[in-house]
Design a protein around this ligand. Structure first.
Ligand SMILES: NC(=O)c1ccc[n+]([C@@H]2O[C@H](COP(=O)([O-])OP(=O)(O)OC[C@H]3O[C@@H](n4cnc5c(N)ncnc54)[C@H](O)[C@@H]3O)[C@@H](O)[C@H]2O)c1
Length: 297
């Protein structure tokens, strides 16, 4: 029975994961190397709960109880020592994740399931640095976690079927919809999404159509809630580029080669929403989509 959850990394995803577990009455230890980040995380989680209260989806009492379920730690060892499950949502960097999983494997109870929320790093590789590869699995939550229903569950090469069943049940307990996939580059979500985004960027680069036209075609024609450029800006163009590199290296297939325009934008520091400019420009307080000056014909 899973009751105690340790979440490693108190950034965008760690906040959201801690939020949904706390709201569903789990005890949550939120761990980050950066103390200021932990303070910021608690403020953000409280703000997101306030939004749910003002929308009437939860009561003030539920919010208070949920917040009381979250404790923060800067020491990984202390934060995972009595965990039933550890969910890693630290920065997307292979060496960092391997180091973190070695530490978790030593500090967490032998019975604990170890999970990564990685978008692209091999679960089998992460599992290989632990002494419990059969208990290592991927739970790819989507951003924003409290809103998005999907959990892409990734079976590592050695993940035990009973562990997969536990994670399916746990995802449902959180009100999410789990979908199980096998561990190959990009899993399924990014293996399909990133080539679509790359193809949109190629179409712009080749002058076939503009940013607004391509996004409108995909929104109105395919019923996508966001066009590929808006979504790429939201995800971060650096993140898109690095996932394309993972697909290209992992499958050895040139069809995943990133468009030179994407490479240039990342090199120039135009990373999307987080730098206020990507394919669109973003002004704080405004929800208007304004195409970046360089893409206006
Ligand atoms: N942002 C997304 O849309 C999204 C979606 C799905 C999955 N992911 C995956 O989730 C993970 C986290 O992404 P994010 O966007 O939340 O990143 P982020 O940069 O917002 O947060 C990462 C956090 O990890 C912390 N950290 C770094 N090293 C650490 C360590 N050794 N111990 C503890 N904490 C450490 C950092 O201080 C930071 O607070 C990545 O693997 C990413 O690929 C992200």
């Amino acid at each position: 029975m899973i009751k105690k959850v340790s979440v490693i990394g108190a950034g965008t995803m760690g906040n959201g994961i801690a939020h949904v577990f706390a709201q569903n009455n789990f005890e949550v230890n939120l761990i980050d190397v950066n103390e200021a980040q932990l303070r910021k995380a608690l403020q953000n989680i409280a703000k997101n709960f306030d939004r749910q209260v003002s929308k009437g989806t939860i009561t003030e009492a539920v919010k208070k109880e949920a917040l009381a379920h979250i404790s923060t730690f800067t020491s990984l060892k202390e934060g995972v020592q009595d965990a039933d499950i550890v969910i890693e949502a630290a920065t997307e960097n292979t060496d960092l994740k391997l180091k973190i999983f070695k530490e978790i494997d030593e500090a967490a109870p032998a019975s604990a399931i170890l999970v990564s929320n990685t978008s692209s790093i091999s679960i089998t590789k992460i599992a290989s640095v632990t002494k419990r590869a059969e208990k290592v699995i991927g739970m790819h939550f989507m951003n924003p976690v409290p809103v998005m229903k999907l959990v892409e569950v990734i079976n590592g090469f050695l993940t035990d079927a009973s562990v997969t069943q536990t994670i399916i049940a746990l995802s449902k307990q959180l009100g999410k919809v789990p979908c199980v996939v096998n561990d190959y580059p990009g899993f399924i979500a990014n293996k399909i999404l990133m080539p679509m985004i790359n193809e949109a960027i190629y179409s712009l680069y080749e002058g076939i159509a503009g940013v607004e036209e391509i996004d409108t075609i995909m929104k109105l024609g395919m019923a996508h809630p966001m066009g590929p450029f808006q979504l790429a800006d939201f995800i971060g163009l650096d993140v898109c580029l690095s996932i394309l590199h993972v697909l290209q290296a992992g499958f050895g297939n040139p069809k995943y080669a990133p468009c030179p325009l994407l490479v240039n934008m990342v090199t120039a520091g135009k990373l999307g929403v987080k730098t206020s400019e990507g394919f669109y420009t973003y002004t704080p307080g405004s929800k208007d989509l304004v195409v970046s000056r360089q893409f206006i014909k």
